[in-house]
Design a protein. Structure first.
Lengths: 574, 591
């Protein structure tokens, strides 16, 4: 708002300056007054020039400040929304898209809010203000302005409809040309295999030329809108000047007034012309805004229930009790007829899932990819909400706790742990922010990570993640396990963590995991048969259903698929 | 500036267009000056009540300038964009030729992914070079000379004032702005890069962030970076504010100085008062020529940085190219007939690492593949399977050991010779954003439609292509058809079949196809490629059963070798992996 007020102020000062200027020139020219007599007016102009400069400075600063606020607010809102939508929403390719929107998209709102929006309002206010000074002095000039003024937006709209499409295509043309070039660079290895890479330089030149020709033909039309703007502004000034000249000859208007109007005429068109310059700011701004609102308007698949601190307190004491009542036989965690669809009316990822978990039990989830193993973990992590049935802990629906509090009771080690940009120490403290150095080192030792950390150039202060030292998959997993040690939560979720490891790494890791699992309830998914043998119970999933469950011994006796599987495996071992 | 010289050199051949663009641009500004100057001259003359006829010439002048500006501007934009695009075409070709020898071995950061997009971006930035960096100062000089000359005709004093004001706003002001803005741009770029990383962290690590209740900490980190970014924005706004304010001030002061000087002259009787308004308004209008100069500073820095990066690439490419040329001169002619008895491919004691600071991916690897045999290469991730292909294609050179193709050391052959003998289908084949036909023709530019259709038929994609609206002329990629992974692989198989080579490598080429189609396709390929050497790199051990030979790699070494049957008896790594895979299959498909 401040920026707009200052903008109006600047325009007003320009009008006053024009008035002083026309007075000085008229007096010196027609009345032959000496410099001393117009000195006051000259000083007045000097003052106005200074004030305009100050106004100009603050209008820029304030317009940018407004844009900065908008960007800050938007980014915060967007990121909060993304967190709210959760990891199931932010998957695969969408992550890249969201990243782009959250960084570049928001930045491109800058010119839209700092330039386009204020200018839009100025383009309305300033011409009217200017007109207010012209009308009392000269009706015919005012008429020219009144007629041509609205003609500019009118023609802009008329050609704009056509030109905007063309301009859009112009921008697309530019980006298409880049896309083609990128395509060639990305395909260079392929071109080389076919021994085509050298010849392709000619193709690039040719395609580039073709793009130039087509883009230029588009521009011939796209530039027309700027042409009309320019033309209308200039020709009307010329018309006003000639009309004023004729009235001056006839003596129906004083020279000073005529000159004043002549100086005002360009001021009348200036805001409209400036607005035309911000076409691109508008285009990229609205594009970005659309992408941002697309995300903001998304509804989350599940609604968050209020925090029930009391309930959690109760649960925590129950857990503490349970700690001492291991093996008592009451189910601690229960999946009750759970059903899950990721999309409305989509295929069911889970159906009729029903199983109990005793306190301290180790449960293996097995099955081919897509069987629903990860979905069960997603539900336990509260990343998705079951579309049917519920999950109980000690007889309480887990939805009764806020997701944040619930997650406070579990640790999670994914297949590909994410290492954040920062030091190893910071990454480990992710498990517990207030852990002392000794505690962190102890956790790292337990996770068999301490040794390799010491081998790194700066030990625990070594920077990892984006831009830092790259760690192997096994090392990353050990750090993730150290996090879990630090957090020391009663429920442990492991997602396929021994899958892509060589045998040496695996031994270490399994030892660390065994330590970690001791005294905790563990639910893990795996593809490796060996690891299932260590579980207290195995749940075999296929196509979202449980097809077998029981202890390894039970399953072997029931002669189901697991037993068949295991027999084959045993026979191979011998 | 030195880093831009090579680009400026590409602009010079277009000098007639460049001159035209500059002239039109100067005329655009001149028209503005002309309109305001003749208009005020007209009013001043009219105020003396002469007969209308006396003013006719002036009126015509006013009308002319009223029209000419828009026309000049329109053509100026067309011509200068034309020049820009022509230069961009040239730069693209030069950069491509520079990057071509570097891929893939010499571009160290290639695996970081965004390197190529950055190259494209750096080229794109150069579109500002003429439009926003080079043209504005030249136009300002033209206007100063032209209009200054006009003023000097009236009185030299006016020309001096104009020159002083132009210097102040066109040279001193940009230098001041540059000094003030120093470091701010850099800080902004750094803050933005940090923001990029932190938000990426948040998106990729969201499961752990939520599981460990760290969203607040991550949010604070982003918040802190946001403050840095906003701070840089604010500082930049202040600099821009100062720039705008001073630019307006200098222009108005210049006008005022000319006016005061004019009044003094009129006082002294040295100047006709009629000219007073013309001088003031004309001078004010002329500052349009210098107003883009402070901004062009900013573009200049961007262009220099981008130009420097591109130049480094191109120079490196030239060096590699010279090495290659050297080598080609020494290379032998490949004589297939003589080497019929030698194995098709032979690795002897090959060791290799991609970079000095990375582990060895191949360690003393030795194996032979006889002509016409079908060999599977299996092993866990990181075993070195793909590195074997990369070395064989001479994308990289081994650190030690020898690779022989039909008995000839491939280092004695030029890389084109080597690649002409080998066809490769990878898991993620690159298909160009072009028509299907164009993508296939890559393998054999002179192929007839018949040959193309035959290859597609063999890869089992012909029917699908015919079902598309434009058939073989259907565009694929972003703006055209999106093909599924399986369809892409088949197209790339068709492409290789068209190439007609004696050695074929399928690098996980059928991954992602459903098992039945995969089996069928492989069977057909086997029949089709009877007699040619075939190497199949795969994870799917079902496919290895019918191979003549299986090579098991682990950590860059050949750990086992033999037929399926023999390896199963040996109970080694192959047997172990096979069992695991087999059991998964038995467990979940038979129920």
């Amino acid at each position: 708002m401040g920026a707009i007020a200052l903008g109006v102020g600047i325009a007003f000062l320009a009008i006053v300056q024009a008035y002083f200027l026309s007075q000085i020139i008229a007096q010196v020219f027609l009345e032959d007054v000496a410099f001393a007599q117009v000195k006051g007016l000259v000083l007045g102009i000097l003052g106005i020039i200074g004030m305009r400069a100050i106004f100009q400075y603050f209008s820029e600063v304030m317009a940018r400040e407004a844009a900065i606020r908008v960007k800050e607010g938007m980014r915060k809102q967007l990121l909060q929304k993304i967190i709210f939508l959760g990891p199931v929403y932010v998957r695969g390719e969408r992550a890249g898209e969201l990243l782009n929107t959250a960084v570049e998209g928001i930045e491109s709102l800058d010119d839209y809010f700092a330039r386009y929006i204020p200018q839009l309002i100025l383009a309305l206010v300033v011409p009217i203000m200017t007109l207010a000074f012209v009308i009392p002095r000269d009706y015919s000039s005012a008429l020219v302005l009144i007629v041509t003024g609205p003609l500019i937006p009118f023609f802009m709209l008329l050609i704009g409809k056509l030109a905007e499409k063309k301009s859009l295509r112009q921008w697309q043309g530019l980006s298409r040309m880049s896309a083609h070039f990128l395509d060639m660079l990305q395909g260079l290895a392929t071109l080389k295999v076919f021994n085509r890479s050298k010849a392709q330089a000619k193709v690039i030149g040719r395609v580039s030329e073709a793009f130039r020709r087509s883009t230029l033909s588009v521009m011939q039309v796209a530039f027309l809108s700027a042409f009309v703007l320019e033309f209308m502004g200039m020709i009307s000034t010329a018309i006003i000047a000639v009309a004023l000249g004729i009235r001056l000859i006839n003596g129906t208007i004083p020279y000073s007034e005529a000159l004043f109007i002549l100086i005002l005429a360009p001021e009348f068109y200036l805001p409209l012309r400036t607005l035309g310059l911000y076409f691109h700011a508008r285009l990229s701004g609205t594009n970005a805004a659309n992408r941002i609102y697309d995300v903001l308007e998304l509804e989350s698949g599940f609604d968050e229930k209020g925090t029930s601190q009391a309930g959690l307190q109760e649960l925590v004491t129950k857990i503490d009790q349970e700690r001492f009542e291991v093996g008592k036989g009451n189910p601690w965690l229960r999946f009750n007829q759970v059903e899950l669809c990721y999309e409305k009316d989509g295929e069911k990822a889970l159906e009729n899932i029903h199983f109990d978990v005793q306190w301290g039990e180790h449960i293996a989830l097995i099955g081919p990819s897509g069987a629903g193993k990860s979905s069960i973990l997603q539900i336990l992590l509260r990343f998705v909400k079951p579309t049917g049935g519920e999950v109980w802990v000690n007889g309480i629906d887990i939805e009764a706790f806020s997701a944040e509090d619930w997650r406070g009771m579990l640790s999670y080690v994914p297949q590909k742990p994410c290492l954040f940009a920062g030091s190893i120490m910071e990454n480990l403290r992710f498990g517990r922010a207030d852990a002392t150095f000794e505690e962190v080192v102890k956790a790292a030792q337990q996770a068999k990570a301490h040794e390799f950390i010491l081998c790194l150039p700066q030990g625990y202060e070594t920077l990892i993640g984006e831009g830092g030292v790259r760690l192997s998959g096994g090392q990353a997993q050990r750090l993730a396990i150290a996090r879990a040690f630090l957090k020391d939560a009663p429920l442990l979720l492991l997602d396929e963590i021994t899958n892509a490891l060589d045998t040496e790494n695996e031994k270490d890791l399994l030892l660390a995991l065994e330590d970690l699992g001791r005294g905790r309830t563990v639910i893990f998914t795996t593809h490796r048969m060996q690891t299932t043998l260590r579980a207290d119970r195995i749940i075999v999933l296929d196509e979202g259903r449980i097809i077998e469950q029981g202890s390894p011994q039970d399953l072997m006796e029931t002669a189901g698929i697991y037993s068949r599987f295991l027999r084959t495996y045993r026979r191979e071992e011998e | 500036m030195k880093n831009l010289a090579w680009i400026i050199k590409e602009i010079i051949p277009f000098w007639p267009r460049v001159c035209l663009a500059l002239l039109l641009s100067a005329l655009t500004v001149t028209s503005h000056i002309g309109l305001m100057a003749t208009s005020s001259y007209l009013l001043a003359r009219a105020a003396l009540h002469p007969p209308l006829m006396d003013l006719m010439v002036t009126i015509v002048g006013v009308r002319f300038f009223g029209i000419s500006r828009a026309v000049f501007r329109y053509f100026e934009r067309l011509v200068s964009h034309d020049v820009t695009f022509r230069v961009l075409s040239r730069i693209r070709v030069i950069v491509y030729e520079g990057v071509e020898p570097l891929i893939p071995a010499y571009l160290k950061d290639l695996r970081k992914g965004d390197l190529l997009s950055r190259i494209v971006g750096d080229v794109e930035v150069q579109q500002n070079l003429f439009l926003r960096v080079l043209a504005p100062p030249l136009v300002a000089v033209l206007v100063l000379l032209g209009y200054g000359g006009f003023l000097a005709n009236i009185d030299l004093g006016f020309a001096y004032v104009l020159a002083a004001a132009f210097l102040a706003s066109g040279v001193a002001l940009p230098l001041l702005i540059r000094a003030l803005a120093r470091g701010i741009g850099q800080r902004k770029v750094q803050a933005k890069a940090k923001m990029h990383i932190y938000i990426l962290d948040m998106l990729q690590g969201m499961p752990e962030m939520l599981a460990f209740g760290q969203s607040k900490a991550m949010g604070q980190r982003i918040q802190k970076t946001q403050s840095e970014l906003s701070q840089a924005d604010r500082q930049m706004a202040r600099v821009t504010g100062i720039s705008n304010a001073l630019m307006g001030m200098v222009a108005n002061l210049g006008m005022l100085a000319v006016l005061v000087l004019g009044i003094v002259y009129v006082d002294k009787g040295q100047l006709d008062g009629v000219l007073l308004g013309m001088l003031a308004l004309g001078v004010l209008s002329s500052f349009e020529a210098v107003s883009p100069l402070p901004v062009s500073q900013h573009y200049l820095e961007e262009n220099i940085a981008a130009g420097q990066r591109l130049k480094n690439l191109v120079d490196e490419g030239k060096k590699v190219l010279e090495l290659d040329a050297d080598e080609n001169r020494r290379s032998k002619q490949y004589a297939e007939a003589d080497s019929r008895q030698s194995p098709a491919i032979e690795f002897s004691n090959v060791s290799f690492q991609y970079h000095a600071d990375e582990p060895q991916v191949l360690q003393n690897l030795s194996f032979e593949i006889p002509v016409g045999s079908r060999v599977a290469v299996v092993g866990p991730n990181g075993a070195g399977k793909s590195s074997v292909v990369n070395l064989l294609l001479r994308f990289w050179e081994p650190d030690s050991g020898e690779i022989r193709l039909n008995g000839v050391n491939i280092q004695e052959l030029c890389s084109q010779e080597v690649r002409a003998r080998i066809g490769v289908v990878t898991q993620k084949p690159h298909l160009f954003h072009a028509t299907i036909k164009e993508n296939l023709l890559l393998a054999k530019p002179e192929a007839t439609d018949e040959e193309i259709h035959e290859a597609a038929r063999q890869a089992k994609i012909h029917e699908f292509i015919l079902s598309l609206p434009q058939g073989y002329d259907c565009l694929i990629g972003e703006e055209g058809m999106k093909l599924s992974g399986g369809q892409q692989q088949r197209l790339s198989i068709a492409r290789v079949l068209l190439k007609d080579v004696s050695i074929l490598i399928f690098d996980e080429a059928t991954k992602g196809l459903d098992p039945i189609t995969e089996q069928e396709l492989i069977q057909e390929l086997f029949a089709l490629l009877e007699g040619r050497t075939l190497i199949m790199i795969t994870h799917n051990l079902e496919l290895t059963k019918d191979m003549d030979d299986i090579l098991v790699l682990d950590k860059g070494r050949a750990v086992e070798r033999g037929k399926h049957h023999d390896l199963m008896l040996r109970e080694g790594q192959y047997r172990h992996s096979w069992d695991e895979g087999y059991m998964q299959k038995v467990l979940f498909t038979n129920t």
